[in-house]
Design a protein around this ligand. Structure first.
Ligand SMILES: *Cc1c(COP(=O)(O)O)cnc(C)c1O
Length: 231
C-alpha cells in the first residue's frame, strides 16, 4: 500500500483526485494515457493502484512494457500500422484503435501465431475533422455485417472507440458521443446479439470525459489531467 509518510507526487495527487471523482461512476475504467511520459512517471501512478495505461506509439509502448511490472495492462490507443502489430501482439491487453478490416485481419494473424486472443475496439469516425481515423457509422455496420470477424479466432471485438471533435462546443461533443453510444446499442442488438463481451465504449479524454461518461462511456482515456501537459 502507498505510505503517506512519503508525500504524494503531483501525478499521484492528480490521479487520486480523478479516482475519487469517478468512484461513483459504476463501470467506468480509467486508462491513464502515458505517451511521452517516462517509466518513472508511470510507476508513480502504478503505486496508487493504476494498472491500465494507454500508449499511442508501438516502440514507446514496447520499451515501457519491458521496464515495468508485468501486471500492467497495456492499451494501444494510437493509429496502428499493420507492419507493427507483431511487436505488441504478445502482451497488449486491448487495442482501442482498429480502423480497418485489414488491420483487424493482421491482429488476428499475429494473435493466432501466439495462440492468444486479442481484445479489440473498432474506431468510429464521428468528429468533423478529416484527420481522425476510423470507420464512419455506415462503413462500420457494413464491415461488421460481412461477418469476416466471426472466422477470426485471434481477435475478439469487445466494443467501440471514438474521439469527439476538438471544439469548445459542448453540445457538439455531447451529440457526437451520443451518436456513437446509439451506434453501439444498434450494433450490439443486431450483430453482437450473442456476445455479452461486446460492452466496452472507449470515449472521453481530459477535456471531455465528464460528457463522455454521461453519454455512456466505459473507458476514459486520460493523459494530461493525470500526468500534466505534454511538451
Ligand atoms: C493522447 C490521447 C488521449 C489523452 O489525451 P489527454 O487530452 O491528454 O487526456 C486520449 N486518446 C487518444 C487517442 C490520444 O491519442
Amino acid at each position: 500500500m502507498y505510505s503517506h509518510l512519503v508525500p504524494m507526487t503531483i501525478i499521484q495527487l492528480n490521479l487520486k483526485a480523478l479516482q475519487n471523482e469517478l468512484e461513483g461512476s459504476d463501470g467506468v475504467q480509467i486508462v491513464a494515457v502515458s505517451k511521452y511520459y517516462t517509466a518513472e512517471h508511470i510507476a508513480q501512478a502504478y503505486e496508487l493502484g493504476q494498472r491500465a495505461f494507454g500508449e499511442s506509439y508501438v516502440h514507446e509502448m514496447c520499451k515501457k512494457h519491458d521496464m515495468l511490472p508485468q501486471d500492467i495492462e497495456w492499451h494501444f490507443i494510437g493509429h496502428l500500422q499493420t507492419n507493427k502489430v507483431k511487436y505488441i501482439a504478445p502482451f497488449v491487453k486491448l487495442i482501442h484503435s482498429v480502423d480497418s478490416m485489414h488491420l483487424l485481419k493482421e491482429i488476428d494473424r499475429q494473435a493466432c501465431k501466439l495462440e492468444r486472443t486479442i481484445d479489440c475496439l473498432m474506431e468510429v469516425h464521428i468528429a468533423k475533422e478529416s484527420t481522425k481515423f476510423g470507420f464512419t457509422p455506415q462503413e462500420l455496420v457494413q464491415a461488421l455485417e460481412e461477418r469476416k470477424w466471426q472466422d477470426m479466432k485471434g481477435v475478439r471485438i469487445v466494443g467501440l472507440m471514438c474521439m469527439a471533435s476538438f471544439t469548445d462546443n459542448e453540445q457538439q461533443i455531447r451529440d457526437e458521443f451520443h451518436a456513437v453510444k446509439q451506434l453501439m446499442d444498434t450494433v450490439k442488438h443486431s450483430i453482437f446479439n450473442d456476445s455479452p463481451h461486446f460492452c466496452q465504449l472507449s470515449m472521453g479524454m481530459s477535456h471531455d470525459y465528464k460528457i463522455a461518461i454521461e453519454e455512456g462511456s466505459t473507458l476514459v482515456r486520460i493523459g494530461t489531467k493525470i500526468f500534466g501537459p505534454r511538451f
